[in-house]
Write a protein of this length. Sequence first.
Length: 444
Amino acid sequence: MARSRAATLRPTGAGWATIGFCGFALAVGRATGITEFLFGGLFGGIVVVLCAVAAKVSARSVEIDRALSRDRVPMASPLRSIFTVSTTGRFPWPPVVMVDHIDGEAQPSRLLADPETRSGSGARTRTERVEIPMHAATRGLVRFGPVQLVHRDPLALMAATTTHPAPATLLVLPTITPLGTMSPAIGAQPDAQLRSGARRMANRNDEFEALREYVEGDDIRLVHWAASARVGQLVVREFEHRSLHRTLVVVDTGVGMGVGTGDSNGPTSDDVDSAFEQAVSNAASVLVDLVDAGEATTFIVGAQVGVSPVRFDIDSPSDLDRALDTLATVARDAVPASSSNWIEGPIGRAHGVTGGDQVVVCTAGLDRDGVAALSAAASTGVDVIVLDASRSGASRSGASTSGASTSGAMRWFSATDADQLRDAWTAAGGAVGVHAAASRAGRR
């Protein structure tokens, strides 16, 4: 429970009216000598002072605690901010209004109910549980707090406002669109679904590595019953992925010249931001779909010029969580630069990309140099799928370029929204098709 800072007092509307009446009565009584007016004004003033004391004392007896129903959710997913407000003392008046802050911005005020429970000898404790439904509307790290509580005296003449830290943080992941391999339940229970796919990554190409304790969501077929009986708890077989080929999911953090809508004025700031957010969402959706299908996947995020890109293999649930957490906070490059500056590095042979591997590039618009770099990669036998979130990507959608000397190819798809992403991923063959294409190329 978090205690408040010092309370700030102010009269309510009724309080100001009472103060005005008291002042008027005192002025009239002094001018006319009528004692009734003087006593009336004095009595009213005493009542206001007592109400101020009551409001301030009540404010000091309040504790508040906050919890989020989940601390990590995809964008647009529902969640609840849960408050427990407790007021203790012999004569507690609970707060009547609560104002929360998210990322430093005040949210609309909320009226509180007035439930009451009794405990102790003569003491009263009023405890209220407040659940505020909300939707995570912005990708990234969201900070909650502080919370302001407004207390009023029994006559509602004075209000005391207390500020409580009540901190909480929420990591908002990109929007995750259910694709072909993914269960439609992804939207309902994202965390469980993201982990269930990663735990199914062991397939016929995997090799037994070790035994570990059973974790909820593990495939029951992986339980080692003999070992479980010996140790008295469930243990499962853990496998090391030995797939011959990997699928690289590359997120382009630059914004090329293709972002605009085709008008002569060029791309607007909203065009750029919208295209980049969709590209990040495309990458998250593809990652989850590939992992859900049990495919060997590598995650790469292009960085600004002179900074090495983020790159790691996804072979476990924690790897998938790490990739999604990275996408939750990734930002586009502040300084425009040629896409080829980083594309040639992350998907080059120096990073382990060989003929037969599949590269899925999620971009908000590549420039000519970036397109040339991807074509060069295709010429080495790498199959390249481009998911273009820019409006101008529609002009290239469906285009296919074969590698000059090997079986590699580059296919371009427009993916400016969830429906286009589903269509593009289906046309590309989905996670299963990606794996089949890589296997065919490897045999060649």
